[in-house]
Write a protein that binds this ligand. Structure first.
Ligand code: CA
Length: 350
């Protein structure tokens, strides 16, 4: 009996050792971050660049927080600061599909980077068009690329419209965008979706399962003074820059009455890194593209069905329901403290 127990303990030990080893040795996942950099974008990018689980293949730039030119400059300065000129940086669309661009210097500072002036970039932009680059990379590495769009969905919509096959060839798509409980632009809409609702509707209905990390969850995942102090306690070029950004962002948020700054974009990267940081429910999500008060709202169906109303003479009658196929894994909540600890541990001192 004793021998059996010893053998069983030994076996458990080997299994654990094998699993730990497999995890450590798992090849990094290839990711493309589509971004409108942006203070929280920068935090997301630096988190991804300093996470061994990821191989950041490219940053594609979309207009949003800043225009396309400023966004490209910011993205290049960030990879340069991180000493990562190997990361492809490419410009994408110049404007949303069907409306004028709305920029957000009000929240992100004049240059989108909290008015912090980084040294000029040593890295050069790739000449390819962002959406084409996304298509090319997904075909080069089928079922390996995780797309992480953290800006308006213009580039992703252009890519998947031009080549719908990418929807089945990506490994995953994790977006920062939308909300199932009110917006951050107005009562209904979240900024990334509001900035290009037509693009967002294309992306949600492209045939892939979108992991949606919305503003409502980001707003419950706050970087606070405590975490800022931890960041500030250790130095490095990226770490010091992120601390400056976080302080600007925190000051801005506190003035608006929040106890910390919403980690919108970094949380999407965090969820892509470790899905156990979130809880999810599969739903069908559509994007309101009309609506007097609701343009840009992500309309999430929690029941998985719509009533089927059939015309009977002068009125309709409900005749059962029409089932809806889920197209989104909607993040409902995050383990905020564990995420913030991960963020600080990855960025601090870098
Ligand atoms: Ca963003």
């Amino acid at each position: 009996m004793k021998q059996l127990r010893a053998a069983s303990i030994l076996l458990s030990f080997f299994i654990l050792a094998f699993q730990t080893n497999a995890l450590a040795q798992a090849a990094p996942r290839r990711v493309i971050i589509d971004t409108d950099p942006g203070t929280d974008d920068v935090m997301a990018i630096v988190l991804a660049l300093n996470s061994p689980e990821f191989e950041v293949e490219a940053l594609t730039v979309v207009p949003g927080n800043v225009d396309s030119q400023q966004g490209l400059e910011n993205a290049l300065k960030i990879v340069s600061l991180a000493g990562r000129c190997d990361v492809v940086v490419a410009r994408g669309a110049q404007h949303p599909l069907n409306q004028k661009l709305i920029t957000a210097q009000f929240w992100h500072g004049k240059n989108g980077l909290a008015n912090v002036e980084l040294p000029p970039s040593k890295c050069k932009a790739d000449p390819r068009f962002g959406p084409d680059l996304i298509i090319e990379m997904i075909h080069k590495y089928p079922h390996e690329i995780t797309l992480i769009p953290v800006g308006p969905l213009t580039n992703i919509a252009l890519a998947v419209s031009k080549d719908p096959s990418i929807a089945t060839l990506v490994k995953d798509i994790v977006i920062m965008g939308g909300s199932i409980s009110g917006g951050n632009v107005n009562g209904a809409a979240e900024a990334n979706i509001y900035n290009d609702p037509e693009a967002a509707q294309i992306v949600f209905n492209a045939g892939w399962m979108v992991t949606m990390v919305g503003s409502d969850v980001g707003e419950r995942t706050l970087i606070t003074r405590k975490y800022l102090a931890e960041l500030q306690s250790s130095h490095g070029p990226q770490s010091d820059f992120i601390a400056q950004i976080a302080e600007f962002y925190l000051n801005r948020s506190e003035k608006s009455g929040y106890s910390g700054a919403a980690m919108y974009d970094p949380l999407a990267v965090g969820i892509a890194l470790d899905p156990t940081l979130g809880t999810f429910k599969e739903m069908h999500v559509d994007v309101e593209t009309k609506g007097e008060f609701t343009r840009g709202e992500t309309v999430a169906n929690r029941m998985g069905s719509n009533e089927n109303n059939v015309l009977h003479g002068d009125h309709y009658e409900i005749e059962g329901v029409i089932e809806l196929k889920p197209n989104a894994r909607v993040c409902l909540a995050s383990d905020a403290d564990r995420f913030l600890q991960l963020f600080v541990s990855r960025v601090r001192g870098k």
